[in-house]
Each structure stands twice: as C-alpha cells, then as structure tokens.
Design a protein around this ligand. Structure first.
Ligand SMILES: [Zn+2]
Length: 250
C-alpha cells in the first residue's frame, strides 16, 4: 500500500511512523511539505528512508508567509527523494491567507511543477471555481496532478478527471455522514484513485478524533474496495500502481 499524503509534525519520529506503517502493510509513503522548513525536512527524511518520497511546496494556509522566493524550492526539488510539488492549492474554507495571495502562490507553484516536469499534489477546499482554470492551464502545459483529500461533487470530479487528474481519498470516506464523498468515490475510475491518510489529521473510523498515522491506511483502502466492488488486495494493488505511475514519472 502507498500512503500518498502525510505530514510530519516537528515532534514526530519518522522512523517509528514508517515502521508502524510497514507492519500494517504500507510500504510507500509521500511526505508533503507546507512551507520551506517542513519541505526541507520532508526531503531529508525521504532521502534517508527506503520507500519514502517527498513533496515540496507552499500550502494555501502558508501562502501569506511566503516571500515569493521560488529558488529555494527549485533547489530542494532537485535533491534526492523529491518526487512532487506539493502541497499547493487554494483553501477558501479557512481563508488563512488572502485569496488573491493564495491564487498568486498557487500559480507560481504550478508553474514550477510544469517547468520541472514534476507532478503536483493539490489541496482545493471550497475553491473549485478558481482552481479549475489554473489547473486547466497547467494541464495543457503537461502537468499531471492529484487533488488530495477530495470531497467535491461528482461534477467537479468529472471536470478534474477530464484534465487527467487523480483524486486522493482519505479517512473521510469512513465517516458515517460522508455519503456524498462515497458517492463521488463510486464514480471515480479505479485507475484514478489514490489512497492517503493525510496524517496526522483525518484519522479513519474507529480512530476518528485521534492522531492519524500511515498505519491506518488499510482502513481507508477497505472502504475504497467496498465502494468500488473489488477485493482489498485489488484496491491496494491498483491504487499503489496509480501512485507509482504518477510520482515515478521523470
Ligand atoms: Zn495535507
């Protein structure tokens, strides 16, 4: 299994988290940055651990703190272990950064991904109408990307799938009230689905409300399998192959 989206907190022991994940059958991990400091840590961790990759970028929550220096991210992206530009995007639910700043930073990060020919890991919350044109432009320039922790409508999924996107599903699909997200999952083709924890957040049932970790990914995959009508083994194999195809592309 491939946990395609997790974050490390400063107090986390990465080796212990990955060991627990491997014990649960999770052998591949994507550690996502949200700003320069944790992007650098993600790269360092990925370079030193088998099966671990890193994404570097500026999260929309951090966009207001970003001074516009793309060079350190470009340099980080060339180091061992970095496979993607992320986590980048727009978040109009929390609006931690002004929307026009979020848009400017997202556009700059997409341009970096296109220039470096790296896939992007995209966060989009209540911002679909503004994200779609930016993603359409980037996709027409060759960008491949995943919209992580996807909770949009089937129509939004269809628009993104039309740009070649993968959609990432988290422990949200295990929540009893998330039937709308499971409905979108059901119409997402199996060859476009990625599985993720988004640890340390969004712990799946029955760990909901506690700290999430990659070892909980099988609980997400069990729901993907059930909703797509395949065995857990097939869901694991297919979603892992999807992630390998997205992130291993030169
Ligand atoms: Zn994230």
């Amino acid at each position: 299994m491939f946990d395609t989206h997790l974050h490390l907190d400063p107090e986390d022991d990465p080796a212990a988290l990955f060991a627990a994940g491997r014990a649960a059958g999770v052998t591949r991990f994507m550690v996502c940055g949200t700003a320069l400091a944790d992007s650098a840590r993600a790269q360092a961790v990925a370079a030193g651990e088998t099966g671990v990759l890193a994404a570097v970028g500026v999260h929309p929550h951090q966009a207001a703190d970003y001074a516009g220096e793309i060079a350190p991210f470009r340099e980080l992206a060339g180091r061992p272990g970095v496979a993607a530009i992320g986590e980048i995007g727009l978040d109009y639910h929390y609006d931690h950064s002004p929307r026009e700043v979020q848009q400017r930073v997202f556009a700059a990060m997409l341009e970096l991904a296109v220039t470096l020919r790296r896939p992007a890991i995209v966060h989009c919350r209540e911002a679909f109408a503004d994200a779609l044109p930016l993603l359409r432009d980037a996709a027409s320039a060759g960008l491949r990307f995943v919209v992580h922790s996807f909770t949009g409508t089937p129509d939004e999924a269809t628009a993104l799938l039309g740009l070649g996107a993968c959609l990432g599903y988290t422990g949200i699909i295990t929540f009893p009230k998330a039937e709308n997200v499971r409905a979108t999952l059901r119409v997402t083709p199996l060859d476009r689905i990625l599985a993720e924890t988004d640890a340390p957040w969004l712990a799946p049932v029955p760990h909901r409300g506690r700290r999430n970790q990659p070892a909980f990914l099988p609980l997400v995959l069990a729901v993907i399998a059930r909703e797509k009508g395949v065995s857990v083994d097939e869901a694991a194999r297919r979603t892992t192959a999807n992630a390998q195809a997205l992130f291993n592309r030169p």
